[in-house]
Ligand binder design. Structure first.
Ligand SMILES: C[S@@+](CC[C@H](N)C(=O)[O-])C[C@H]1O[C@@H](n2cnc3c(N)ncnc32)[C@H](O)[C@@H]1O
Length: 266
């Protein structure tokens, strides 16, 4: 493993350590893709595994919505390598009878039984996971005809996001993957892509919020800059944003993601 890769891993871990307790306030939750996914799956019963589950921000609503749509969630497992993020997830479900386990493990060694999961999900996390070993692990744990759902911003969507557009060198630092990679898991035997669906949301935020999100490095990409480079880039970003939007009380920008849904070929 090369030095820059180790440094990235360290900075990313520290980023999630630091933000765990306030993570849900840092990021926006979009319910539409979760409903879409729950409808696509359409099974009577389901077992879930969410890789890079973080605080359970997407897994818990997914379980609720599946239940609402008539799918019984037999068991769900949230897998993450960050104890602080898992701690928040655990606190959230403590005292409730929710069929969920929070597991401290890497995506490529979940400890789950083979053929034991109906759908593996990865919300905003796939670009943090080692692809090849994770793809193998997913194939192992999935039942025949099971699903893999990856919800992520693609590199082209990252370029259109407010930080991609205005924060200097953001795309060079971003670990978000190209659409071809996220939609190209068919190169690993046993995966068939059955849907690739874009979701776009308009965000309306005051400049003060964008300033705070950036200064406090709410996105892991911002944690990858050296301190001096970050400070310089931050100043440029602030000026560019001020110049680019007429109404700083309500900055309007587009935030887009794609859902890649795969089916395991038995
Ligand atoms: C951007 S957060 C997304 C969290 C959650 N899915 C969400 O949308 O709020 C990425 C998560 O992936 C986790 N992660 C990074 N590398 C991982 C790995 N190899 N195995 C499992 N989790 C990992 C991080 O600790 C972090 O909690």
């Amino acid at each position: 493993m090369t030095e820059p890769r180790l440094r990235k891993q360290k900075n990313t871990k520290e980023h999630f350590d630091r933000l765990a307790k306030e993570y849900d306030n840092c990021r926006t939750f979009d319910v539409k893709p979760v409903y879409h996914l729950a409808r696509m799956v359409g099974r009577d019963e389901i077992r879930l595994c969410d890789l890079g589950c973080g605080t359970g921000r997407y897994l818990l609503p997914l379980m609720k919505i599946l239940d609402e749509l008539g799918t019984t969630v037999k068991r769900a497992t949230g897998v993450d390598i960050n104890p602080n993020m898992l701690e928040v997830a655990k606190m959230r479900t403590e005292g409730f009878e929710i069929p969920v386990d929070w597991v401290f493990a890497p995506s490529y060694e979940t400890g789950l039984k083979s053929n034991s999961v109906t759908m593996v999900t990865a919300f905003n996390s796939f670009h943090h996971l080692p692809i090849e070993s994770t793809a193998e692990e997913i194939k192992r744990v999935l039942e025949p005809n099971g699903y893999l759902a990856i919800y992520s911003r693609t590199k082209d969507q990252e370029a259109e996001h407010i930080w991609g557009k205005h924060f200097p060198d953001y795309l060079d630092y971003s670990q978000v993957l190209d659409r071809e990679i996220l939609g190209g898991l068919v190169k690993y035997d046993g995966y068939k892509l059955i849907e690739e669906k874009d979701f776009s949301f308009k965000r309306y935020v005051p400049f003060t919020r964008v300033y705070e999100q950036t200064k406090n490095k709410h996105y892991s990409t911002l944690a990858l800059y050296d301190l001096d480079d970050f400070e310089r880039a931050f100043d440029v970003f602030v000026e560019k944003v001020k110049r680019s939007y007429d109404d700083l009380e309500t900055i309007t920008y587009e935030s887009s993601y794609t859902l890649f849904l795969y089916k395991k070929q038995s």
